[in-house]
Design a protein. Sequence first.
Lengths: 298, 298
Amino acid sequence: MRTDTVYKKAFNRVASMLHDGELVGELPSENELKRRLGVSRTTVRKVLQELVHRKLIAERNGIRMAERTVDENDYYPDAETTPRAKHVEQQFMEWMLRGDTRPGTSINELELARQFGVATNGIREFLIRFSRFGLIEKRPNTGWLFKGFTEDFALELFEIRMMFELRSAHLFSQQPENSPLWAKLAALKIAHVDLLKRIESRFHDFSGLDNRFHRLINEASPNRFIDDFYDIISFIFHYHYQWNKQDEKQRNKAALLEHITYIEALESRNSVRIAKACRAHLASAKATLMRSLIALEE
Amino acid sequence: MRTDTVYKKAFNRVASMLHDGELVGELPSENELKRRLGVSRTTVRKVLQELVHRKLIAERNGIRMAERTVDENDYYPDAETTPRAKHVEQQFMEWMLRGDTRPGTSINELELARQFGVATNGIREFLIRFSRFGLIEKRPNTGWLFKGFTEDFALELFEIRMMFELRSAHLFSQQPENSPLWAKLAALKIAHVDLLKRIESRFHDFSGLDNRFHRLINEASPNRFIDDFYDIISFIFHYHYQWNKQDEKQRNKAALLEHITYIEALESRNSVRIAKACRAHLASAKATLMRSLIALEE
DNA sequence: AGCATGAACTTTATCCATAAAAAACAACTT
DNA sequence: AAGTTGTTTTTTATGGATAAAGTTCATGCT
């Protein structure tokens, strides 16, 4: 059966809106809620129905009002708000990055399905999606081959990344003075400086900034293939560093400083300086990844 | 039910081997056939069984020999030797490139499934696979968006292609003198010259050469992401030109000449000359594609 | 007319079933 | 011991079913 994660997530969302006093007095219409929650009206209605049923809200002559205050165990557990496909992704990534899965291992759909508690279809769809990351390969009628999260992989990844980023940074710097992206860049710089001040406690926030920064650079002259490639990078890094936290603070602090230099280079519009800052930053990111790969081997 | 296309294809293969006298006297062992056909022994046995049943071969005290001569209608029809997934691919590409599918159209899995006569699962898997080509986009719980085989698409595609190819051509030229790839390049050049002589009748053969050439260039310093990207290109071109044959002969002849120039540039090891030939060739390929896109609009 | 709710219909996400194909195991032969 | 064939088990490719979520149609209210 299809999971009802969309509903549960929407429900939690409304509950927390009630809790935070974002919905005072008469509740918005179904259509308005639909817009705010980004789900269909069908789902909105289901949420409302349950809210009434639990007496969190009450409906009197067509007007819906908050009734009871929301408490902690009105919320559905987080795990129930994530669709199956996402769970498969997480479990697979853990299996791959954490387990002792060696390069050359073959991947068995049925076995993973059993292990993850889902139908084989879900596994297969995930693997198809995942195959574009270059880490697995399909052999028809036979199964999938895990090629390994190896040094080669990282080298090839960074080679492309470097090409793309140099290209995008260059084009970014060539934008007209009145482009709104310059203002965005300035704002991002401030965010960097702010984070740097609080780095001791807030170092986790870096990955959000990192993402924003690299995506911003691509915005100047969009290319879907570059965007897609950046998705690969984010994905890989997200999971890799999620299970590999050594030196996180230090790593992020260094990257933050590199970003600032890089941003200033962009602001200078000086090609040579830009290329240099870009190269330096990527070289450092690469070195960090390589180091952690070697650590994994042991 | 799973199709038995693997079996049928293997059967046809063996039948044509018998026909062509590639299997004289005692037939090879099951294991040997398995190796030659690239299928499992289970399938080999099924083929043999059917061959016996149809009296194409006979088995006398453990020895299998040809019995009857193979005739035209011993073969299974071609359509039955292609797996469902491939059919879906073909039908989808036709639907997309030939039909009046406009950018922005949304793609309905169920409707396609009905139209193509397959289960929705197959459509979905295809779409997931296809999504990396940058022509469609998934909107969760809702469906897929067809972004269109547009001018933008072609521009973005060629931008990346140019970056990759310049990089690969450069690295190719830097290979040591004793690399075996130089010999391969020379052989390919001869094949080009040969084809040029027969271009009037054999112009269809160009696409095979084109593929070999571009893949050869990448071989010097492999990068999986570049290979993958080249898969996208081949795929797109394959289908696009399959339904768009205008000027095919002339187009191929021009490309053949460009390739020869390009190969000679590589052989010269002269960077400037290489970059120039590479650019010229890609610019021309791009112009051809753009022209045919505009033709489509009308 | 324009927006709200209610109800019916359609499509997606997900599981399950099964024949075909592959792989593993077993017994036999040289 | 290594290669054959026979048999059994496992896995993949494909179809089908269904609850959840999305969309459309209908009705009613300002």
